[in-house]
Design a protein around this ligand. Structure first.
Ligand code: GLU
Length: 371
């Protein structure tokens, strides 16, 4: 079975402080490693940050841009240079690459999500390594991924990857920030992201100077990817060769075990492609019916409604404490649900004055994401 790998590398691994020049030896070994894996038959996607960092270095700016317009302009300068370097190095090894720039909006619409998915499949069928980044130059706030850890997890879900490697500036996850706490304990395996809460791991949110992620975004990315059935590994970016060793079974980095993969690509899109616009709080009966019984959500099980949404928008379903259990496409607007929450199905039509679907979220439009 051909395996698909998504490898994400961050700005802190790709550039050298203080001026932000390219870490050429790291990039070269990444290129060698990925080309080698391609020749071994793996399908490979690279998610690379660095547009803003490289743009700043090119323009001689010593601080990360603070205004959105400047950041977008700088990213336009850096992205071209970054791809140029990748293309030169990959071409030396006869490995074709492609540039894929995405915004969050490209995954929200079902048709454009499918379009992006088909493009990836064609690129991978052609033996190309797609190099993905957020389209920083045009992305606007509400439709941004925000960080490439999240982007890489969504891409891993989209392409149905087997592995996601998050390459970073520490060798693995620790029980505390090893840069600050000498007693920080290394963590090798995480069976479920919830374990980290009980271990009281402090993931912090401190990224490096140039990148935007920290351990927090990596753990959230691991949660998204493992929820989509993708084994996720956090490991050091300076030694990309380790990917080959990890694939051969070496215990390097922190491994997050994959959860069962959602049955269909559509269910993965519901879970991870969409941006939820509301939240429904459910009673215990509804939580059980959905989590254990594979049932649809009915109005009777809804305790509270949050957000403004319309028919067929994406919503998060959570228990009464706000813990997420699932996501789905809703058959009612938030306005209607405020009126009918807690009601038995037969009471809905008299209350609203017109007939409505029996289910609030049908099980075909619902994917379990938590608990
Ligand atoms: N897309 C940003 C860039 O290329 C990086 C985002 C991140 O660091 O996660 O500079």
């Amino acid at each position: 079975m051909v395996q698909t790998l998504v490898v994400k590398i961050g700005t802190s691994s790709l550039t050298r402080p203080p001026a932000g020049g390219l870490a050429l030896s790291t990039i070269a070994s990444l290129v060698e490693t990925l080309s080698h894996l391609r020749h071994q038959g793996y399908r490979v996607v690279l998610v690379s940050s660095g547009a803003v960092g490289v743009g700043c270095a090119r323009l001689g700016l010593s601080d990360r841009p603070r205004t959105i317009a400047l950041k977008q302009a700088v990213a336009a300068v850096g992205q071209g240079r970054l791809i140029r370097v990748y293309d030169d190095l990959f071409t030396a090894l006869q490995q074709p690459i492609a540039q894929v720039l995405l915004t969050r909006g490209d995954l929200v619409q079902r048709t454009s999500y499918l379009n992006v998915e088909r493009t990836f499949q064609e690129l991978l069928n052609l033996g190309v390594i797609p190099i993905v980044n957020e389209n920083d130059t045009v992305a606007v706030d509400e439709l941004r991924f925000g960080d490439n850890d999240t982007l890489s997890a969504l891409v891993a879900s989209l392409v149905g990857a087997d592995w996601l490697f998050l390459l970073t500036d520490v060798d693995r996850l620790y029980s505390a920030d090893p840069r600050l706490d000498p007693n920080a304990q290394p963590i090798s395996v995480v069976n479920h992201v919830d374990e980290l809460k009980s271990l009281q791991v402090q993931v912090g949110d401190r990224g490096s100077n140039w990148g935007t992620g920290g351990m927090q975004t990596k753990v959230s990315a691991a949660q998204i990817a493992t929820g989509a059935g993708v084994r996720t590994v956090i490991t050091e970016g300076r030694t990309p060769q380790n990917i080959v060793k990890i694939l051969a079974g070496a215990s390097i980095g922190t491994h997050f075990e994959p959860q069962p993969r959602p049955a269909s690509a559509r269910k993965r899109w519901i879970a991870h492609g969409l941006v939820p616009t509301g939240k429904l709080y459910l009673d215990e009966g509804a939580v059980n019916a959905i989590c254990s019984g594979g049932k649809s959500l009915l109005a009777a099980g809804i305790i509270a409604v949050e957000g403004n949404f319309d028919h067929q928008d994406a919503v998060v379903l959570c228990d009464r404490n706000g813990q997420e259990i699932a996501r789905g496409l809703v058959n009612y607007s938030s306005f209607e649900l405020e009126k009918v929450k807690g009601c038995q199905s037969e009471a809905i039509e008299p209350l609203l004055g017109y007939s409505c679907p029996e289910t609030v979220v049908h099980r075909d439009n619902l994917t379990l994401t938590g608990l």
